[in-house]
Design a protein around this ligand. Structure first.
Ligand code: HEM
Length: 456
């Protein structure tokens, strides 16, 4: 018991406050990090309501309550303007932003593109992105893996979408998105208090200008790809999007719809997966024993042998590490909805326009649902084939009909990329400064640590 405790890793997390923060402290704290605002009791209770400057937020930890507002009564809830204001410039009217009947139409059309068998077709793209990462780090004594994973995740999604190996075009998209996420696209107080997508119009000009450039760049790539002769034996998501046909009406996607769905996949799929790979690597650098076990597991089935998603079953430990990284550092830390009308969730009354939060950050560290919630214990996922279904408090990909459509994409990409790194290197952090998670759009590291890669 003592030995097990002595070797258990408790990775870094921001301070939990004794009590709810007063408004004057809450507002600056939330601007800095949405992970640094939580009082101790949030990790014990099932539901809690708070009104700040006229905005009522209800935190729902109760998995039944979460299922109520995201599944059984989801028609009463929509994405709030704060999220739409930031995400529409990135994804237009693609799947992430669509609501109601339009969302149902898009989801039905897109679903076959993201099944495990469709994702299997993308394995060569993930392999290429991983090999490119290896080339990039080769011979470097110290590597900024946070940056490297961002480049790799973007490369993986662009290869999967457009078979796009062109480094320069990727760089252009990458710097566009980065400047948006770190600048005009960073949610601010005006977004938090906006009652509509158009409120506080003076903050929206830069976002509109970004959208014009971003959409033009993606439309240009699609036009060029469509004009090129199709290579035999080459598969990507663009081929599938172009061929999609509504089963009832026979309608195909317009050019603008293909652009918006592609833009959505790039923004929803790259930063999130990059964060997953980063936090999993950070945890493995803290837990050398687990890293050693992974080296052995991967040596028994080297990544070059992976051809389909079924092959990934050879690495159960690696998968559990990724699932545990998603629990401790969920890349999208909160799911937020706004009520269209009155309701009751887990006994708490909901009024028009109340904001309802299902926070993966809080639920994943909740003392009622997890043993040793703040410890890194990948084995808690052993034997759980779909924990997002089997473990009701595990919500890294969301819940219900709007659960992340790209979850197989993300997990298989992360497994392949990390397996390539781990097959070649032992990974350690340079120095001992803990890396603190910061909640912005995704859960970011507070600084970009350097890692030492020692050839095995
Ligand atoms: C580790 C990586 C990822 C995480 C943690 C993640 C997380 C999530 C979460 C929590 C949601 C639900 C949001 C809500 O209900 O408000 C979501 C939705 C979505 N994700 Fe992911 N995601 C990841 C990777 C991806 C990838 C790789 C893609 C595509 C290539 C993708 C595409 C989408 C889309 C299109 C939606 C909206 C689905 C809908 O509303 O029907 N995601 N994701």
């Amino acid at each position: 018991m003592t030995t097990a405790f002595a070797t258990t890793i408790f990775p870094s997390a921001p301070k939990v406050h004794e009590a709810d923060l007063p408004t004057w402290r809450l507002l600056p704290a939330i601007m800095n990090s949405s992970l640094s605002i939580w009082p101790n009791f949030a990790f014990d209770i099932l539901v809690n309501k708070r009104t700040t400057l006229g905005v009522t937020s209800i935190l729902v930890n109760d998995p039944e309550g979460v299922r109520h507002f995201l599944i059984s009564n989801s028609a009463n809830y929509r994405r709030p303007p704060s999220i739409r204001r930031v995400a529409v410039p990135l994804g237009g009217s693609g799947l992430f932003m669509a609501e109601g009947a339009e969302w149902r139409r898009q989801r039905k059309l897109m679903a076959p593109t993201f099944t495990p068998s469709s994702i299997s077709v993308l394995v060569p793209h993930f392999q290429e992105a991983a090999r490119h990462l290896l080339q990039g780090v080769e011979g470097k004594p110290r590597v900024n893996l946070s940056r490297a994973f961002q480049d790799t995740a973007l490369e993986a999604v662009l290869r999967a979408l457009f078979s796009m190996p062109d480094h320069q075009a990727r760089e252009q998209l990458s710097s566009l998105v980065r400047s948006y996420v770190e600048g005009a696209g960073r949610p601010g107080l005006f977004d938090g208090f906006a009652t509509s997508e158009e409120s506080f119009g003076f903050v929206l000009g830069k976002r509109k200008r970004f959208q014009a450039k971003w959409f033009a760049a993606i439309a240009g790539i699609i036009a060029r790809r469509k004009a090129e002769p199709k290579l035999a034996g080459h598969h990507d998501l663009l081929d599938l999007l172009v061929e999609l046909k509504d089963a009832e009406t026979g309608e195909i996607l317009s050019d603008n719809e293909i652009r918006d769905q592609s833009a959505t996949m790039i923004f929803a799929g790259s930063e999130t997966t990059a964060r997953l790979m980063f936090w999993a690597t950070y945890l493995l650098a803290l837990d050398k024993d687990e890293q050693r076990r992974l080296h052995d597991e991967i040596a028994a089935f080297p990544p070059d042998r992976v051809e389909t998603l079924d092959d990934l079953a050879n690495w159960p430990r690696l998968r559990n590490v990724l699932l545990e990284a998603l629990r401790l550092y969920p890349p999208l830390p909160h799911i937020v909805r706004q009520a269209n009308g009155p309701d009751t969730i887990s006994g708490m009354s909901v009024a028009d326009n109340d904001q309802i939060w299902a926070s993966a950050w809080v639920m994943h560290r909740h003392r009622k649902f997890w043993q040793n919630p703040t410890a890194f214990m990948p084995d808690r996922f052993a034997g759980k084939s779909a924990p997002w279904v089997q473990m009701p408090a595990y919500v890294p990909f969301g819940v219900g009909p709007r659960i992340c459509i790209g979850l197989h994409f993300a997990l298989s990409e992360a497994q392949i990329v990390l397996a390539h790194l781990l097959t070649r290197y032992q990974i350690s952090q340079v120095g001992t400064r803990p890396v603190m998670p910061v909640g912005r759009v995704t859960v970011e590291p507070d600084h970009e640590p350097l890692f030492r890669l020692d050839r095995i």
